[in-house]
Design a protein around this ligand. Sequence first.
Ligand SMILES: Cc1cc2nc3c(=O)[nH]c(=O)nc-3n(C[C@H](O)[C@H](O)[C@H](O)COP(=O)(O)OP(=O)(O)OC[C@H]3O[C@@H](n4cnc5c(N)ncnc54)[C@H](O)[C@@H]3O)c2cc1C
Ligand SMILES: NC(=O)C1=CN([C@@H]2O[C@H](COP(=O)(O)OP(=O)(O)OC[C@H]3O[C@@H](n4cnc5c(N)ncnc54)[C@H](OP(=O)(O)O)[C@@H]3O)[C@@H](O)[C@H]2O)C=CC1
Ligand SMILES: Nc1ccccc1C(=O)C[C@H](N)C(=O)O
Length: 438
Amino acid sequence: RSTMEEPSGTHTKRKVVAVVGGGLVGSLNACYFAQRGFNVEVFETREDIRQAKIVRGRSINLALSHRGRQALKHVGMEEKIVSQGIPMHARMIHSLSGKQSPIPYGKKGQYILSVDRANLNKELLTEAEKYPNAKLNFDHKLQDWSPETGLMTFARSDGSTEHIEADLIVGCDGAFSAIRKQFLRRSRFNYSQTYIPHGYMELTMPPIDGEFAMKPNYLHIWPRNTFMMIALPNLDKTFTCTLFMPFEEFEKITMTSSASHFYYFRLPAQAMVSVKCSPYHIGDKCVLMGDAAHAVVPFYGQGMNAGFEDCIVFDEILNQFDEDLSAALPEYTRVRVPDDHAIADLAMYNYIEMRAHVNSKWFLFRKHVDNILHLLMPKTIIPLYTMVTFTRTRYHKAVERWHWQDKVKHKCFLSLSLSLSVLQIRPSVLGSVMWLHR
Ligand SMILES: Cc1cc2nc3c(=O)[nH]c(=O)nc-3n(C[C@H](O)[C@H](O)[C@H](O)COP(=O)(O)OP(=O)(O)OC[C@H]3O[C@@H](n4cnc5c(N)ncnc54)[C@H](O)[C@@H]3O)c2cc1C
Ligand SMILES: NC(=O)C1=CN([C@@H]2O[C@H](COP(=O)(O)OP(=O)(O)OC[C@H]3O[C@@H](n4cnc5c(N)ncnc54)[C@H](OP(=O)(O)O)[C@@H]3O)[C@@H](O)[C@H]2O)C=CC1
Ligand SMILES: Nc1ccccc1C(=O)C[C@H](N)C(=O)O
């Protein structure tokens, strides 16, 4: 079939945008393009999750932060989604002895939100459907498409196929994107994918006497150096716990009789992949966004937030280039690739911070110093976590600034140490200052 009919009475042809994938990023993107007045069609492989009894997916809940909120705000959805989320003000560290100690995420009043993935996806689909110029097509699995003509082939579950054309194809079909497959056949397309040796498994912690089993306004972490478990609260007073561990360890647990009676250990652990690629576009025909462009490991809680930010960035670029796709698409690649690659690296780093560094007194001391310096010089020293989570500082700029700040702090400590030595402060004191700043 051909693309959407033009509403009668319109003279100028509106661009037809096919959004492939009606997950988190695809459904939000549909709102962005529809708001702009483009004719939007979303093609999603699954049935409509709003009618499904069980929604299969990657994680039960997600951490929503500033970038994601800003993107939702742009389509008038921030308030609604935030009101359905649970604020998490700090990490709550559970030590081996059972002691719990909070590490705040930022200043007072700064928090990330635990939101239900399926509900967020449903709300976004419902919002997209409100636009008269947007149409959702479920049970449409993209099989193939042509970068030359923009012709796409979709498979239906009844065995039929549909051929559809669009002016612009937006690939939001997730980490194993079928749209991206055509990119891989092209010259000068860079691609890398890395599966980390750890897997994850989700478990549910039920309420106790109708109440949350632990304090709800925290992201709970059991950091055990080589592995960790985390827990995020849900509105039904359960927690979704996620155990992250090397695959071999999961296998050992599955095989030991002491643990095998827990039915959940019989489920296979899920893999985590990090995908980096460039460019994100082909001509003026196709662009990748969300996990299709940059699947990241989940440890910064930024995958969806980055995907949502992709939508704002593309929208800003369309404004800048007056909707000229041949200029906007290369600009999007130019602007966005360094940022998405930076958050992919930061996400890898944050796993080590969460499972190991938080156990170290030295790390906690440095974090404390950072917070104090931020309070004293809010414009000069900004903790990395704050830049990533509570601002829209470009991810790659946040990384650059983080390194620069470390150098500045290092120089300050050196000068302090020198001054102390001139004042003939005991060498042992000086030694510890130097050690602290190794
Ligand atoms: C365990 C875990 C925890 C996470 N926690 C967080 C978090 O706390 N915060 C955060 O920001 N991010 C988090 N993420 C990352 C987040 O889940 C992803 O970044 C986000 O889902 C990406 O959205 P997307 O729409 O690009 O892809 P997806 O959500 O994967 O959606 C892709 C959609 O495309 C559809 N599709 C696939 N192939 C086709 C096809 N051939 N034709 C048509 N449709 C197709 C799929 O059915 C799906 O609906 C987490 C990820 C994992 C694995
Ligand atoms: N950043 C990350 O770490 C991410 C990890 N994942 C992991 O990937 C798996 C799939 O998750 P999800 O998409 O939610 O659910 P599904 O398992 O329903 O996968 C959806 C579709 O993606 C394709 N697919 C799945 N796994 C792979 C693979 N390894 N290689 C190529 N294509 C694949 C399949 O397409 P087809 O039917 O055509 O073969 C499948 O039908 C899970 O194990 C999940 O943990 C997923 C996304 C992000
Ligand atoms: N949502 C997640 C899913 C998996 C692993 C971590 C997260 C986080 O959000 C971590 C949080 N940003 C932190 O740094 O404490």
